[in-house]
Structure formats: structure tokens, C-alpha cells
Design a protein around this ligand. Structure first.
Ligand SMILES: NC(=O)c1ccc[n+]([C@@H]2O[C@H](COP(=O)([O-])OP(=O)(O)OC[C@H]3O[C@@H](n4cnc5c(N)ncnc54)[C@H](OP(=O)(O)O)[C@@H]3O)[C@@H](O)[C@H]2O)c1
Length: 263
């Protein structure tokens, strides 16, 4: 890597936590960070799949899988304690784990509503709270620790996304929490930003697309960039926000959606 790329985008030797980091968008992020030389602590529920995933990653970094259910407060606290035991300092926290459902207003289910609020909204906030000491330990002059929350382009517009009411509300709230946390934490060396992805391939979008025949083609046709997001699109945004290049960026919601929101 040339000097300027190394200076601006190098991440080697840092430690990151990626929730939901063994599948979909989280896996794209974990894979990129390990290739950039980062020690990645991947959190998710599915232990076997998670272990297989981290074993498949190619360095120079390394990854460990931590099995925790972030939909409960006990799970969030156990995850924070586990991270603190394994890593003295956390340079990057990516709050990515999330769940999606959609239904007509009349069919919305309160239990499902609570589950999405717990995983998509409560977990990122309280995992952030639990990891603050580890993140403060990573802060260096001119090199803040970073939190990246994964929001959604669906929370940038007013459409119902086929009735994804709880999901959309959690994602709009994550965008707001991102700005509020940035206003409180940036002065002490922790930058907080969100990425608002458009459509990326994952179990979540597979479920969404398979619910309506032809929907995937219609969605792709509606995206001005003419395609879904890729590993490289996600990796580029995360590496920018996590590296020296993004050290002066805090409180931003970065749309990553090929202009789908504007369409
Ligand atoms: N894909 C898209 O197009 C898109 C667009 C906008 C925003 N997003 C957002 O991007 C993030 C990732 O979505 P994705 O599409 O990659 O979804 P996905 O393929 O369904 O992955 C969800 C991830 O969250 C983890 N997870 C689910 N429930 C959990 C729990 N209770 N505790 C801990 N981890 C849990 C899953 O691992 P386990 O099953 O092992 O627990 C999995 O790794 C989400 O926040 C989503 O809202 C996605």
C-alpha cells in the first residue's frame, strides 16, 4: 500500500466488535476488517455457523466468535463482559445485528414489535454503554475510537416498506441516537456515525424478495445505480469511517444505496 493509503486507511493492529458479524452485511464487514489486519470479535447467536465463518476468514487479521443473544438485556451485558475479558481496548464497534418484519397495520404483532425494538434499538445503545470503558481505552490523540451503527435507507424516506412499521421506527431511532451519542461522545474521543444501507444481498433481503414474485427485479430496476450493494461497497464505507480518513466525521448518517432513496 502506498504511504498515503496506509496513513489514511490503514487499520492493522486495531480491535473491532461486529454484532451479527457472521452473516449478510455483518459478514461483509468482518471479512473486510480481517483482511485489513484487524482483530474482530464477531457476535451472533448461531455458534456453529459463527465458528465456521470465523475459521473461513483469511488474515492478516484474526477473528473470534462470541455467542450471545442481544435481544435480551442479560445477553447484551454478557456480550459486553465477554468482550472486556478478551480485549483490553476496542477501537471500533459496529452495531449491525438486526431483525426485519413487515405486515399490514391490522396484522402487526406486539411480540414481534417488542423483539425488533429490543434487538435493533435497545441492544446497540446498551452495548455501546457496556463497551464505553473498552472504547475509551482505545482513544489516542488524533485517532478517536469509532462506533458505526447500521441504520437503513428505509428510515430516510416516508414509505412504509410494505408495512415494516417497527423496523422503520427502530432504524429512524438509530439515526437519531447516532447524532445524540455523537454530540455527547465526540469530545471524549469516540466518533459515532451510521451507515444507512440500501439493498444488499443477505438472508434478510432474501426473505423480503422471496415474499413477492418478481420483487427483486423490480427493486433492482428502481435503483439508479442499477444493482444491489456489494461487499466492496460496504467495506469501503466502513474502512473510511473507521480509519484516519474518517477521524473528523462524527454524527453523520451515510446513505449507501446507489441513490435508491432519491429515486
Ligand atoms: N440487507 C439489506 O439490504 C439491509 C438494508 C438496510 C439495513 N440493513 C440492516 O443491516 C443489518 C444487517 O442486516 P442483514 O441484511 O445482513 O441481515 P441478516 O442476514 O438477517 O443478518 C442479521 C444478523 O444479526 C444477527 N442476529 C439476529 N438476531 C440476533 C440476536 N438476537 N442476537 C445477536 N445477533 C442476532 C444474525 O446472526 P444469528 O442469526 O447468528 O444470531 C445475523 O448475523 C441489520 O441491522 C439490517 O436492519 C440491511
Amino acid at each position: 500500500m502506498s504511504d498515503i493509503l496506509h496513513e489514511l486507511f490503514g487499520l492493522a493492529g486495531k480491535t473491532a466488535v461486529v454484532t451479527g458479524g457472521a452473516k449478510g452485511i455483518g459478514a461483509m464487514i468482518s471479512r473486510a476488517l480481517v483482511r485489513a489486519g484487524v482483530h474482530v470479535l464477531v457476535i451472533g447467536r448461531s455458534a456453529h455457523q459463527g465458528e465456521d465463518f470465523v475459521a473461513s476468514l483469511e488474515g492478516p487479521g484474526q477473528a473470534e466468535f462470541l455467542a450471545h443473544d442481544l435481544s435480551t438485556m442479560a445477553g447484551v451485558q454478557a456480550a459486553a463482559a465477554d468482550v472486556a475479558e478478551r480485549a483490553p481496548a476496542v477501537h471500533l464497534l459496529v452495531n449491525n445485528a438486526g431483525a426485519f418484519s413487515a405486515s399490514p397495520v391490522e396484522a402487526a404483532d406486539p411480540a414481534r414489535w417488542d423483539a425488533e425494538m429490543a434487538l435493533n434499538l435497545r441492544a446497540p445503545f446498551f452495548l455501546t454503554q457496556g463497551l464505553l470503558p473498552s472504547m475509551r481505552a482505545a482513544v489516542r490523540p488524533g485517532d478517536p475510537a469509532r462506533i458505526i451503527n447500521i441504520g437503513s435507507f428505509g428510515a430516510l424516506w416516508g414509505k412504509s416498506n410494505n408495512g415494516a412499521y417497527a423496523y422503520g421506527a427502530t432504524k429512524a431511532a438509530i439515526h437519531q441516537l447516532t447524532k445524540m451519542l455523537a454530540s455527547d461522545l465526540t469530545a471524549s474521543g469516540i466518533n459515532v456515525n451510521a451507515i444507512a444501507p440500501g439493498y444488499f444481498p443477505s438472508d434478510m433481503t432474501d426473505g423480503f424478495f422471496s415474499a413477492v414474485p418478481g420483487l427483486k427485479d423490480m427493486v433492482v430496476a428502481s435503483i439508479p445505480a442499477g444493482r444491489l450493494g456489494t461487499d466492496q461497497d460496504m467495506a469501503g464505507a466502513v474502512i473510511f469511517l473507521a480509519s484516519r480518513a474518517g477521524a473528523y466525521v462524527s454524527g453523520t448518517i451515510l446513505p449507501l444505496e446507489g441513490a435508491a432513496w432519491q429515486a
